[in-house]
Design a protein around this ligand. Structure first.
Ligand code: 2RA
Length: 411
């Protein structure tokens, strides 16, 4: 979410009242929903190795009575809306849900399973009253506010969806099924880029089995990577071409018209000829998987005219000889992964089947004929869920489980 200049001025005024210890009671416009805590009793830990088909909606072991004051900044954007949906569907133990926004959205009402929530004008002081704050805003906003929100012993946990903190040494970058333990004792957590999070869900179980030595990825990324405006540009442009209104669609969000096209360019070009989106896969894979700083990962990122699930073709080279049957078993058992690999029945991962699903799909698994000790496969994951909102909510669940996220009322 980008605040415009007028909103920025209002935020500055609101923030002038910010003090580190300035907690005040939750205002009456917040919705209290303590009774939901009773439904929250799933006994499975996040690290449990359970089959996808039998996964509980939430994996927490905490006391059924513990509920949390949750804040979302940017809840009216594509990722923010999905965060609300994930909190609802996973029965996250919400005591109060507060939604913060710019002056454009402040005062609007959002219907949620936790009741009707009135969007509040963002201030750091108000956000600090929460136990956990999800930031679904742009990197500049996160850079300006995230550390102030979570500062001090009494600051909430902040889970940031932007790239602002992903590459800072002391800030955990987390895919919870891989490295949830690094959140222990931390207040500010970075959520990875969607492309990395989706790919690593499949890579990690194979890495544990065979020891990854190199990865080459080519992506087919949906319009949703550019948020709601990206999805709108795809739909509107397609409509304009199909109706005969235009020969070629207009483009404002993407570098070129997306309908009936593919664009091998996502984010800014870097000096080495890769784009930032491609380098994110390299940097983030190394950090999340605990691999050396020069670990070889190469990506080509391409935008395609699909709506919201990202697809990735991955060539993974390993230390040990690969065994396809063992790889299939590891993928089948991996939490958050669904093996969709039945070529006789034309079943393989696709955006149409992965959209709206919590699990990423993996298929077309085969031993590489081009490289020794290598597997090639295709991965598809919902960019807004595993690639953003769902990952963030599972991070929060993992932090409840390891004690990094606590309800202030109980501390
Ligand atoms: C994209 N990965 O698809 C980016 C969004 N974070 O544009």
């Amino acid at each position: 979410m980008k605040f415009n200049t007028a909103a920025g001025a209002l935020i500055a005024i609101a923030n002038s009242a910010f003090t580190v210890n300035g907690f005040s009671p939750i205002p009456s416009r917040s919705v209290t929903f303590a009774s939901r805590s009773a439904s929250f009793s799933s006994p499975r830990p996040i690290s449990a190795n359970y089959p996808a088909s039998h996964r509980p909606s939430s994996s927490l072991t905490m006391s059924a009575a513990t509920t949390f004051n949750v804040g979302i900044v940017g809840a009216t954007g594509a990722v923010g809306k999905e965060i609300v949906g994930c909190l609802e569907k996973r029965n996250f133990p919400v005591n109060t849900l507060r939604i913060f926004g710019s002056s454009r959205s402040a005062g609007k009402e959002v219907e949620t399973q936790f009741g009707k929530v009135t969007v509040e004008l963002f201030s750091e002081k108000d956000a600090r009253e929460c136990d956990v704050v999800f930031l679904a805003v742009d990197g500049d906003f996160s850079l300006a506010h995230a550390e102030n929100i979570c500062a001090g012993e009494d600051g909430p946990v902040v889970i940031d969806n932007s790239s602002a903190f992903r590459y800072k040494k002391d800030i955990p970058l987390v895919v919870p099924e891989i490295n949830a333990e690094v959140t222990k004792g931390k207040k500010l957590i970075a959520n990875p880029n969607c492309t990395t999070a989706i790919g690593l869900m499949a890579i990690w179980p194979l890495h544990k089995l065979f020891g990854l030595t190199k990865m080459i990825m080519s992506t087919y990324q949906a319009a949703s990577g550019a948020g709601q405006p990206g999805m709108d540009e795809l739909v509107e442009g397609t409509r304009a071409v199909l109706s005969g209104e235009r020969a070629v669609a207009e483009n404002k969000i993407f570098a070129h018209p997306l309908p009936f096209n593919v664009i091998p360019h996502i984010d800014k070009f870097q000096e080495n000829g890769y784009t930032k989106e491609e380098m994110k896969v390299t940097w983030e894979t190394r950090k999340i998987c605990g691999l050396p700083e020069d670990f070889p990962v190469s990506c080509t990122a391409v935008r395609i005219p699909t709506s919201r699930a990202h697809s990735e073709s991955i060539v993974a080279l390993f230390d040990k000889p690969v065994d396809v049957a063992a790889a299939r078993k590891a993928l089948e058992e991996a939490p958050g992964v669904k093996l969709v690999d039945d070529i006789d029945n034309l079943k393989y991962p696709m955006p149409l089947t992965a959209t709206g699903q919590y699990d990423i799909e993996v298929g077309r698994l085969r031993k590489s004929i081009a490289f020794d000790n290598a597997l090639e496969f295709f991965v598809v994951g919902d960019q807004l869920l595993r690639g953003a909102a769902l990952n963030a909510v599972i991070v929060a669940e993992a932090m409840i489980e390891n004690g990094a996220l606590q309800a202030k009322s109980l501390v």
